[in-house]
Design a protein around this ligand. Structure first.
Ligand SMILES: [Zn+2]
Length: 380
């Protein structure tokens, strides 16, 4: 806490901005620009396609009731049509992700609508989760990361890189539904709180809410053995945020991918809608807290796309369309250009350096194989 106060004082006092300007005059081209962002929250929504984000519910897929194994598939399809079906793509996406298409679309930036000449994609060639998270969080694809096995990541994420700096030490945390986040962030090595899967959060004293969340993790039915339903890790992350006020926070949601693999388009849409509501909740929560208000950037994106048509349930190396993603930025340094059109491609490998640059740190210079920061979202 002490370290954070000192750093905040320096930043708010303009000392850091002045220093960067001086560096710029000295001709150091890689110097991060002056910035207002002091905190970054990254929300990753596993395998949520750009097609739903930009076009809303698919006209054909929304008719499909999904697997008989889920109770009342016809009722689920009817609910999905009621909540997410509208005549135009603009109305459908607004119904599916109302926060993205109101606040982020007016005050932030959204990349990846191929219908309008904006391309966002992963570069790892594998188009599945661990390689996608590794690329996004380290800034580069690594051929050694080629499975979803829960093994310690040989690479250092930008989260670990930041946590090694005195001004961020102890101010970094990651929460995820999927238990493999323990490996992706390398929990044993990284030095910050990683809470994933069905593990209870014990790193902070239990609030009543946290005690209940830990009980639900232990006691609710496990549809997927490697991850609980998204509300549990999400609300756990929120409890942690309220108590510890981290400067760099990761929240990983997983139900979109799980329901898609299960073949339930209605539940896939419900989980996308829930993810959007969490972006809204998080944004409103941080704007209500002095530690975050006006100095926090929110980044949202998936770890891969999915196939099209009947292949919507799947993704991977053999489904080229599943490399296609989307990404959204909202914060005090990002100009409100909204939905980007006719713009150069962006890649998931640029997220790590962009995240760091928002905080005034030059990750791209330190890790030269990482993608360069996305200039358009920096320096409003
Ligand atoms: Zn995934």
């Amino acid at each position: 806490m002490k370290i954070k106060r000192i750093v905040e004082g320096l930043v708010s006092g303009g000392w850091l901005a002045g220093m960067c300007l001086a560096c710029g005059l000295a001709g150091m081209a890689q110097t991060p620009a002056a910035h207002k962002t002091e905190n970054v929250i990254v929300v990753m929504i596993d395998g949520l396609r750009w097609q739903e984000v930009f076009r809303g519910a698919d006209p054909e897929l929304i008719k499909a009731p999904g697997p008989e194994a889920l109770d009342d598939p016809k009722g689920r399809a009817a609910n999905a049509q009621k909540h997410y079906w509208r005549e135009t793509a603009q109305e459908r996406r607004q119904a599916l992700m109302p926060f993205l298409w109101s606040v982020v679309a007016s005050e932030g930036q959204i990349f990846g609508n191929r219908d309008l000449g904006s391309d966002s994609h992963v570069t790892n060639g594998l188009n599945f989760s661990y390689p996608g998270y590794n690329e996004t969080l380290t800034g580069f694809a690594d051929p050694r990361v080629h499975s979803n096995d829960n093994v310690p990541n040989p690479n250092v994420t930008v989260f670990e890189w930041l946590n090694a700096k005195p001004e961020f030490a102890g101010k970094v945390a990651a929460f995820g539904a999927w238990d493999v986040f323990n490996g992706i962030f390398n929990r044993e090595r990284c030095g910050f709180v990683v809470n994933a899967g069905y593990d209870p959060l014990t790193a902070i004293p239990a609030t009543p809410e946290l005690a209940l969340l830990n009980a639900l993790k232990a006691e609710t039915v496990r549809i997927w053995l490697d991850e609980p339903f998204d509300p549990i890790p999400y609300h756990t992350a929120v409890e942690y945020l309220k108590v510890k006020k981290p400067r760099v926070l990761f929240v990983g949601l997983g139900e979109t991918d799980d329901w898609a693999h299960t073949g339930s388009y209605p539940e896939y849409l419900n989980s996308a809608h829930l993810g959007d509501s969490y972006l809204k909740e998080l944004w409103e929560l941080v704007q209500s807290m002095p530690e975050y208000r006006g100095k926090t950037t929110l980044i949202a994106l998936p770890d891969h796309g999915r196939g099209v048509g009947a292949e919507w349930t799947s993704h991977g190396e053999k489904i080229p369309a599943s490399k296609e993603t989307w990404m959204a930025f909202l914060g005090p340094d990002t100009a409100g250009l909204g939905e980007r059109k006719q713009v150069g491609p962006v890649t998931e490998s640029q997220i790590a350096a962009t995240l760091a640059a928002l905080l005034g740190e030059d990750y791209h210079a330190a890790v030269t194989k990482s993608g360069a920061p996305i200039g358009d979202v920096l320096g409003k």
